[in-house]
Write a protein that binds this ligand. Sequence first.
Ligand code: ZN
Length: 289
Amino acid sequence: MVRNLKKLLAEAEKKKIAIGHFNIGELEMLKAISHVAQRLDVPVIIGTSEGERDYLGIHHTVDLIKSYNQEHGHRLFLNADHTHSMEKAKAAVDVGYDAVLFDGGKLPLEENIRKTKEIVEYAKAKNKKNLVEGEIGDIGSGSTIRKEIPKGAAIKPEDLTKPEDAKRFVKETGVDLLAPAVGNIHGMFADAPEPALDIERIRAIRKAAGVPLVLHGGSGNTDEDFLAAIDAGVSIIHISTELRVAWRRGIEAGLKKNPEEITPYKVVPEAIEEIEKVVENRLRLFNRL
Ligand SMILES: [Zn+2]
């Protein structure tokens, strides 16, 4: 069992596959992801955003993932997703997250570099195995159902992350992973197709940056786009909104099927089942199974 995320990423890149990153907001999501990871025997990254961390508690989350790994003998890594505050990024490192994303994507490049570098130095001093991800470019925020592209989010070629900025950012900060803006947008669109990914831009950024790329806002993108993005240099793909949609659908179905039921664990299996379907589909695609 490889417990080193960096090595795993190098392996993934060679095999032209990507590691799935799924956010959890509660126990049903973790159960569903863990079931599928075990069934398919693939490593998975569990993400918690700042809001999800506030709700779940960081100590509790770390303990939960540790005990899942011990109990099931599989490979769940834990990532502190989209961390905007320096204090929260450091706190995640302190309690034992495997990776942290310091999100300075909306900051001016200079300030983003300065702050991200501070987190990299902090994390590496604590534990050399900690991975730090940086973000450049605006990919919108929030795993929600959208009616329109969020204000400021980059989808025009001139607004996407530039390879030369990516190169400078990685060189000056020392990040292990980079999240660029390449046509990806957080959330999903209600009635319109997701904007296409700029595959050539991904390839150029990967070459210039020299570190594996992380694709955020994967929900709603096409299978073809995902596979092309992996070929071009994406090693981690984030899926969150699709899980939230499945959770909601499952809870509604569970309540409808058992209208008098008040025992939570008799209602939520429908939600777990719905989430598992999404996770399995995505993991089969990302791991080319
Ligand atoms: Zn994201």
